[in-house]
Design a protein. Sequence first.
Length: 304
Amino acid sequence: MDELISVIIPCYNSEKCIKKCLDSVLAQTYRNIEVIVVDDGSTDNTAAMLDEYALADRRVRLLSQPNAGAGAAINKAIGLARGELMAFVDHDDWLEPSMYERLHSAMAEACADMAVSNFNLVYEDSVKARYSNTNSRDASADIYDDVYGYFARYCACPKPNNYTWSRLYKADIIKNSDVRFENLRLGADTLFNFKLLPLMKRVAFISDGLYNYAQHTESIVHKAAAMSDIAVVYADGFEALADYYAAEGFDEFLEVLPIHAFTRLRSVFFYSRLAGMSEEAIAEGVHKGFKGRKIYDYLTGVLG
């Protein structure tokens, strides 16, 4: 079945990177897509570049809004998306040509609610291919009837795959839920995915790296790390997730949160080191961000 995929791309002052991103989406071997690009009040040449793409390819739909953050931009596009399936892309990343074809095939064959691919961490001088935790099978997808099992293996793990951009969703699951993106500086995609996972019945995972995640010092996560408040931001998101699971009665997912707390701690160190922070400054940031918060309580359950 040639289902329509709605690909949502929020962007802000993206003139340096949006061409590579959009070219990779429009070159997908799976052709039945609509690309909804939301310009979040850009002040550079982004809007003019987007106009050119919309004129050249009728699959491109442009939306614009006064600057309100990526979460608000994505939520606006979700409400207007027409596809049976839905995907998200960050404006400074790019896709391998067969990504959506392979995710669509894996999803259809497994009758899954979501299909997930591995991803590549792309630095200026190197690439860490297939970064997230995988097994050894490349050609076929792992199938999880127990979404809790998928959560434990690929999301709450040392090299997690928590991102919205690495997957393809059934659109009606998102649209019929109350789960939407929150305007957080960091971790909005993790919170969105973790809230959505209990609503999924089956997930397919492909271990090949089909998404290219650009690592650069100007990204929001690196800036937050450099300002020493990344631990505070992660603690806020973790607390919101723990409260959500408790309120909704998702007890089995609460049981895995100690492992997820460890991944948040690991991410603080990972991004802070990339930002050039000293070990002493990182430790001070962790203490400031985690002490007295729920994430600290869950961490003590893992580390003793």
